[in-house]
Design a protein around this ligand. Structure first.
Ligand code: NAP
Length: 671
């Protein structure tokens, strides 16, 4: 008998006398007692805000990203403990892979985004500096900082590990503590994963708490700096988001709800073709993985009228081969999470009667038994999807999908959109024009469009797989929320603020040098200085170099770039951009490097790139160049070196800017 505990205010709290009994969907017997503990929700919020928040905010984004990566590694090292419980939820090992390894992969992806795309500091810079005054001295810059409250994560039963980790990663990266409340039916698996993370010792006190069971008055205690991230049914979502305290305080409520996802077989895809087969496999996968209990599963299959019968037969044939049984054994499909869940699915199938007829259902052998959750896949057929209503509205959260015909692409798009807002829609086509038409007509209604075909037969990531770098969420019925999407998902736990001030003020706040801010004269050439010694704003003004006609001709013949603007005076003059023959932009860049480089071996290890290059004014033979190099931003990268981004400006003899860019170098730390 499992007894998953809550973790509140730094203590494990065992189930109370009123704990609920959890019936295992495979055995039909009681497998756990959970909940019923007398938790002090106010103290939990206080603990998160007073202990967890400050500790997380003391870390930089990169510190937190490293912590998240280490958490993923800690889970990975003990993942067999999670697989040992996974089968009890009704899930096969393959299903568990999506949940457990998918969760680890998601944490690693979020950590990587944090290291690559966020600063090694405490303030996230959002977008470019905006000039606000005519002389350019008064500027605007959006920044984002962590909210000062707690994130309450309320999760669905179907992904007890991934569902927690996909929210926890962005929350921790933002610098916000979390209270996780898993669905009771599968909470023991979430609890095991929380134990692994806490036992790793990586998390600061108060950063992560767990509620097994009900949330009591928790939501009523939340305020303007808190976030609720909810995953579950639209019905529960509506109830929770209507909590008066959340409405009164404008508490952020991120919702991922149910979704009538559609998949469209392109009109160009003929039965028997590799793309047709791909479509069939995709539908069968989405119906059977996790026994169809995926928020992203395909609920509606849209096919051209002419191919509907062939498609139905192909899907039914494959579904008929799926073995169903004990997920700990060889079965390809396990059980739904509970007998109640199975009944809920059967109720929806019954409600769809009249609009649909079954094509293939209940064909497979399934283990029977009271209290179990085994259910054969049900492929339904809806002949008149325009007249039907329930098939576009009722979600059977199990191995159920409805096949329906479309006349043309506009009709297919209109049917896909009738889900009222979904997490994902997919299209199989080999025709980019079909893809464009469907995307333009459907994108507004779907959080993700998954378009695949013959050219990416083996590379597609899967209709049902949310990815850490891409947004997961959808409009309307799907909850109107967004999660993941790289740094976008982190910003849900941060406040975006527009800062107005001088260049010096913006530099001080962001830790990144802003043009117009003070230039600091270093004691020596900055390329002689190691990473730690270089100060933000440290500036080098180079000597001057004249650009001659011989230089231009030499460069043209040496590189082969004999474009007329550099070679032909009359033709260049006829061009609206040039006063006559001008220097190549790349010649200017090369001369700039020659002016600022420090030739001896030193801390600068490599030049790794260049951002935001613009050529702003032509340089004519006889003009002189001078370069200013300013240390703009520093980011630690490895144990031995970090990246220094330099703001580089090229000036002519009249102190006019002729070119500007950001130069990236890798610089060694202090020896
Ligand atoms: P649910 O019944 O709505 O429950 C979702 C979560 O809300 C559970 O943790 C549940 O806890 C909790 N909850 C219910 N009532 C509550 C209350 N009054 N106060 C606080 N918490 C409360 O959904 P489910 O049956 O677990 O999940 C299936 C649904 O989730 C499907 O409709 C599916 O489409 C959707 N889903 C969506 C996504 C997505 O990303 N969009 C992902 C997965 C699932 P208890 O278990 O303790 O009741």
């Amino acid at each position: 008998m499992l007894t998953p505990s809550s973790f509140a205010c730094g203590q494990w709290v065992a189930p109370g006398p009123d704990a609920a009994q959890i019936i295992g969907p495979v055995s039909g017997g009681v497998i756990a007692r959970a909940g019923g503990a007398a938790l002090d929700y106010a103290a939990m919020v206080e603990h998160a805000v007073q202990r967890g928040g400050p500790a997380l905010r003391a870390m930089t984004f990169h510190d937190r990203a490293r912590m998240i990566k280490a958490l993923a590694q800690a889970i990975d090292a003990r993942k067999e403990e999670l697989y040992a419980l996974n089968g009890l939820t009704g899930a096969t090992r393959k299903d568990g892979w999506a949940d457990i390894e998918g969760g680890i992969f998601t944490l690693l992806g979020i950590a990587g985004k944090g290291r690559r795309e966020m600063p090694d500091g405490h303030v996230y810079v959002d977008g470019p500096v905006e000039a606000l005054s005519r002389k350019g001295g008064f500027l605007g810059q959006h920044i984002a900082v962590p909210l000062r409250g707690v994130a309450v994560h309320i999760n669905a039963f179907n992904f007890p590990v991934w569902g927690m980790l996909e929210k926890l990663g962005p929350t921790l990266l933002a610098g916000v503590p979390a209270i996780v409340k898993p669905a009771t039916q599968t909470c023991y698996l979430t609890e095991a994963c929380v134990r692994i993370m806490l036992e790793s010792g990586l998390l600061p006190d108060g950063a992560l708490q767990l509620i097994v069971g009900g949330t009591g008055d928790l939501l009523s205690r939340l305020g303007p700096q808190d976030v609720v991230s909810f995953t579950g049914s639209a019905e529960t979502g509506l109830k929770l988001r209507s909590t008066p305290a959340l409405l009164r305080n404008a508490t952020r409520f991120v919702a991922e709800q149910d979704s009538l996802n559609a998949s469209i077989l392109g009109p160009d895809v003929a039965p028997g073709s590799p793309a047709f087969d791909l479509f069939v496999r995709q539908v069968v996968t989405e119906m059977t993985v996790k026994a169809g209990q995926k928020c992203t599963a395909i609920r509606r299959i849209l096919a051209p009228e002419a191919h509907l019968d062939a498609l139905g037969e192909a899907i039914a044939a494959r579904l008929g081969q799926v073995t169903i049984g004990d997920p700990a054994g060889d079965a390809e499909m396990g059980a739904l999470a509970s007998a109640d869940q199975k009944q809920a699915v059967l109720d929806v199938i019954a409600a769809l009667e009249g609009e649909t007829c079954a094509i293939a259902s209940g064909q497979n052998d399934i283990p029977e038994g009271p209290g179990t959750g085994f259910l054969a896949p049900h492929l339904l057929h809806c002949a008149d999807p325009d007249a039907a209503a329930r098939v576009h509205e009722m979600e059977a959260f199990g191995p159920v999908s409805t096949l329906m015909p479309y006349r043309d692409l506009d009709h297919a798009a209109a049917l896909a959109n009738r889900g009222g807002g979904s997490l994902v829609a997919s299209l199989v086509t080999d025709d980019p024009a079909v893809a464009r038409q469907v995307a333009v007509e459907t994108a507004a209604w779907h959080g993700r469009l998954y378009i695949t075909g013959t050219s990416v037969l083996k590379e597609g990531t899967g209709h049902g797989a949310p990815l850490p770098a891409l947004v997961h969420g959808g409009p309307g019925r799907a909850g109107g929320g967004e999660e993941l999407g790289g740094v976008r998902g982190v910003l849900h736990y941060m406040q975006r603020t527009a800062i107005q001030g001088s260049a010096d003020v913006l530099t001080a706040i962001t830790g990144q040098w802003v043009p117009g801010a003070a230039e600091i004269a270093g004691p020596e050439h900055p390329f002689r200085r190691n990473f730690d010694a270089i100060g933000i704003g440290e500036t080098l003004w180079t000597e001057t170099r004249q650009v001659t006609l011989e230089d231009i001709e030499h460069f043209a013949h040496f590189t082969g770039d004999t474009f007329y603007a550099h070679m032909d005076e009359d033709a260049a003059r006829a061009n609206p951009f040039f006063p006559g023959r001008v220097a190549h932009g790349y010649l200017l860049l090369s001369f700039a490097a020659g002016l600022f480089v420090q030739p001896d071996p030193g801390p600068v290890l490599a030049n790794t790139g260049l951002n935001g290059l613009s050529f702003q004014k032509p340089v004519s033979p006889g003009d002189s160049l001078r370069v200013r190099l300013v240390a703009r931003r520093k980011t630690r990268r490895t144990d031995s070196y970090g990246e220094v981004a330099w703001h580089v400006t090229l000036y002519n003899q009249d102190r006019e800017q002729v070119a500007e860019y950001e130069l990236l170098t890798m610089v060694a730390y202090a020896a």
